[in-house]
Design a binder for this molecule. Structure first.
Ligand SMILES: [Zn+2]
Length: 166
């Protein structure tokens, strides 16, 4: 008994009949559930991508993994466009999401470490902002925003905001 026999008995032709080919993608035109391509076979909901993945890879996909389209089409079921991902991953871009989160918190941490004397130095300096940014290990955008009083405005000094560059 091959591993594929554990996969719901769906013929490739059945699947392909229910897809529209668009730009090399196979977009599922059948039913969906929670935004995922599904079919109802013998009163059971079958995840089409899981079936396609299993047919293409000749093995069952580990239940903790999920096949997700990497082509940007939420309904694509093309076997070459499916990546295995952790089941809990909410979107195809989850690894990027984590990366973005890490970068945002690193940036916020770096900013909060910029103490007031550095802020004053940025505003008092005649150095070009990109030179200053490089020297201080800050982003050019951040230095520019500090310089232009768009951030790190000291509200304890009500007139500080008015002392922007002339
Ligand atoms: Zn695709």
């Amino acid at each position: 008994m091959s591993m594929v026999s554990q996969v719901p008995d769906i013929k490739l032709a059945y699947l392909l009949e229910r897809c529209t080919e668009v730009d090399g993608c196979l977009l599922w035109a059948g039913e969906t559930r929670g935004g995922r391509p599904t079919a109802t076979i013998k009163n059971k909901t079958v995840q089409i991508r899981r079936v396609v993945w299993s047919l293409a890879n000749e093995r069952r996909l580990d239940p903790s993994r999920c096949p997700r389209p990497n082509c940007g089409h939420a309904l694509c079921v093309h076997p070459d466009h499916l990546d295995e991902e952790e089941r809990m991953a909410p979107f195809a871009g989850v690894s990027r999401t984590i990366d973005v989160r890490a970068r945002i918190s690193a940036t916020l941490r770096a900013r909060s470490q910029v103490d007031e004397s550095v802020v004053q130095a940025i505003r008092a300096s005649d150095e070009p902002q990109h030179v200053m940014a490089g020297r201080l290990g800050l982003s050019k955008q951040y230095v520019s925003r500090v310089y232009n009083f768009e951030t790190r405005v000291d509200y304890s000094q009500p007139f500080a905001q008015l002392r922007g560059p002339l």
